[in-house]
Each structure stands twice: as C-alpha cells, then as structure tokens.
Design a protein around this ligand. Sequence first.
Ligand code: SF4
Length: 273
Amino acid sequence: MPAFLTTFPGHPEFERACAHLNSTGARYELVSPLPGYGCVGVPAIVVEQEERARLAIADGGAFTCSGWVEFRPATLPVPASAPLGFAADTFGRCAIMVLAPCVADEARIRLVAHISGNLEPVMPFLNATTASGLYCPDGPTFTFMEGPRMISLYSRRITVAKADEIVDAWRTLEQVRVWVNEVWQRRETISPCHETRHRPPALEVYRRLPGTNCRACGEKTCMAFALRLWKAEVSPARCEPVFAGRFSHLRPALLSICAGLGIDIKGLEDGQE
Ligand code: SF4
C-alpha cells in the first residue's frame, strides 16, 4: 500500500499535527531534516493511505500541512553535521509552504518555500557570477537548473520543480542557502550585473545537433531531442553520434549552449556520460 508524506509551514503546525496523530492513535513515521538541513526544513510525517484519508477530514481544524506527495525513501542521508553559519546571512531560514507532485513528472515533487531573509539584494551578484542563470530585474527573479531541478529565486520565496523526494528538496534548499550566503559574503569583490540574459531558443540547440534523425537518443527527430534538451528533461550525452560517434566535432558547441541554458554538463566535457 503506498504511503504519503507531508511537511509543514512551521514547527507549531508540525507539533499540532503530531499531537493530533498521537491523540487519535494514528500510526506515522517521521522524516527529519536535522541536523544538516535544520535551517531549511520542518520535519515531515509519513502515513499510509487510510490514515491520510482520515487526516484529510481532520485537516479542517486540527492542523495545516503543506500538501501531500507519495512517499519515496531518500537516496542520500541528511548530513550528520550542523548547517554552516554565516555572519552576514541574507537568506535566513525557510520552510516549505506548498508541496505537490510535479505536473510533468508525478514521480518527482515540486515545492514553494518561504524564506525569512531577502534575496533581492544578492541577485545581481548571483547574476554576475553564474553564467547559466536567468536574471529578470523586474521581478526580480533568478532561475537556474540543477540537474533536472528547475529552481527560481524570488525576493522572499524559492520554487523548486522536479526534486526527487523530500530529503532531496531539503538538500536543494540548503545548497541554495549556502551558495547565496557565500556570494553575499564576497559581494565587495564582485561587480554586480543588472542585465537580463536571454535564453537561447530551442532552434539554436537543434543547430548544434547532427540533424540525421538517427533516433539513437530515443527521440524520433533531432528537433524533438532539441526541445527536450531545451526543457532540461534529458542529458545532452544521449546524443550518441555527438558523444561517441562521428559527430564529436559538435560536442563543444552543444555543451556550450547547454551550459548557457543551465543544464548540468559536469563530466561531459571530456566525452563521458
Ligand atoms: S541521437 Fe542525436 S543525431 Fe540521433 S536523433 Fe537524437 S539528437 Fe539527432
């Protein structure tokens, strides 16, 4: 029977939920962000389907949760050491306010996390130091990819799409927290960049593929593969003619545009998948 997981906008809601579950004798398990992800997460609870249905009725007044997703065990543990502290902390702490399955891939999760700090001042510095991000000063927003995950920073919230499961979501948020604060600490040495970088169109990706429609990547055409690549749904390494065949001369140009789109190309520069 599948199990379901939820987390909470704050510790008081989590404690109310535990009190309610204990008072009703419900069986549940905890997934804790402590200690390593303690700045970015509130514990999550896991219940079986039947229990979740009962909670949905109680949810009207007993407690508020952030939303439900199917439970998947984490592939990586929560770090055993406490989170890094920063003297000048522009991020603060965060908690997941909205948790749901991804629209495009229900095996993954998406979330909205609210932060207690303010990311607006740091965005021009992130823009100056991160070629693969997309900065829009009008929002302001800063969007980038980390593997298959699409991450958007706003002044006081963060959205993440395509996280693997809750621990991966906390890991992603903690990685953003550390990165943002490290850049903020170095701001005296960085010239802020206030320009918007435009995302190259999918046609530009297509122009860097062989155009033979050989289907080795699993797509019917190179254009179909270019579109999936543009949406960061696949690795460029799936184009075998470029990474292991007679079109290897296209590799640098393809990797360069992928880096500009924020696609993870670590380990591919030398042709490894
Ligand atoms: S493997 Fe490469 S060349 Fe073949 S269809 Fe896919 S993108 Fe085109």
